[in-house]
Design a binder for this molecule. Structure first.
Ligand SMILES: [Zn+2]
Length: 303
């Protein structure tokens, strides 16, 4: 089953799924501005409705404990827009961590995740359906290492997936090593932002280890243009890896909303990128895997 903010649904109900998004977050403490502060509002509802018009039915909302997560607002968005939202538990990059992480053991951190996954978040009774986005900086800090270990511990017990943040697409190998060491099934892990690495050999290596990778920064052309992203993806699909890839656009700033007129917000993947893939000769069947059947399989809670 898939655990959403409104309860359990069957995997077959998910439809087109954006595997790494933020619909409600607050990163102002670190970013020192309010571009990354938004949530339940007419603006966000309109942005979601636009994605819905392109066929999006499910958002994996990986805003975690130290990113201003608010599951009650997610439940309201889910209700208002009639879409599925999977909420997350986790801790993000080191600079966001609460102070107690310094002293906490792997087991204690895993216990926080398990509470969110099995009992509920912030006494709401709303449960997380995934661990994410657990992160590593350009060089991994001690606390980030500990949190990745705790994620594996909790995910194994809960039977859920882990979604990660690899800063600029780097350190996928280091994250993979931790998960393998912890006995985590790589098929339940999505290594995030790997598209940003622009390194096909590295991607193939992670895929050969059994991990899923995300092309989840689609539209962030300041880092890498989408033409290159699409060519890289076509290469991987031709190699037979479409079963291990998921897609998203990781919107985390209001300035990326379609309202800005400069970006396509939550429609980026379906509006511009999928047509580009089709033009390159990627088959619809492979696109369906990346948007539908892979998320169905990966986010399924396995008891
Ligand atoms: Zn993210």
């Amino acid at each position: 089953m898939i655990q959403t903010v409104k309860g359990m649904i069957k995997p077959c109900e998910m439809g087109y799924t954006m595997s790494h998004e933020h619909l409600c977050l607050d990163l102002s403490k670190v970013r020192k501005n309010d571009d990354s502060t938004y949530g339940y509002s007419n603006t966000v509802i309109k942005e979601i409705e636009k994605a819905k018009a392109y066929g999006v039915k499910t958002f994996v909302e990986v805003t975690c404990n130290d990113m201003g997560r608010d599951v009650q607002q997610l439940a309201l968005l889910s209700e208002a827009c009639d879409i599925h939202i999977i909420a997350a538990t986790g801790f993000y990059l080191d600079e966001y961590h609460p102070d107690f992480i310094d002293e906490a053991s792997i087991e204690e951190i895993a216990e926080i995740f398990l509470q969110d996954l099995t009992v509920g978040i912030d006494n709401t009774g709303i449960r997380a359906g995934v661990i994410g986005e657990v992160a590593s900086s350009e060089s991994m800090t001690k606390n980030e290492y500990k949190i990745l270990q705790a994620s594996a511990l909790a995910a194994k017990k809960a039977g859920c997936a882990i979604v990660t943040h690899c800063q600029l697409g780097k350190l996928g190998n280091e994250q993979a090593d931790i998960f393998i060491e912890m006995g985590m099934n790589p098929q339940k892990v999505i290594l995030g932002h790997i598209d940003l690495s622009n390194d096909l050999e590295y991607m193939c290596h992670l895929l050969d280890l059994g991990f899923n990778i995300a092309f989840d920064t689609i539209g962030k052309t300041a880092y890498l243009d989408d033409e290159r992203r699409a060519e890289n993806l076509k290469y991987l699909v031709d190699k037979g890896y479409s079963r291990q890839i998921v897609l998203s656009q990781d919107i985390s700033r209001k300035s990326y909303f379609s309202k800005s007129g400069k970006y396509d917000g939550y429609t980026t993947v379906l509006k511009g990128f999928i047509p580009r893939l089709l033009e390159l000769g990627v088959q619809q069947e492979d696109i369906e895997k990346m948007l539908v059947s892979n998320p169905q399989r990966i986010f399924n809670i396995e008891k």
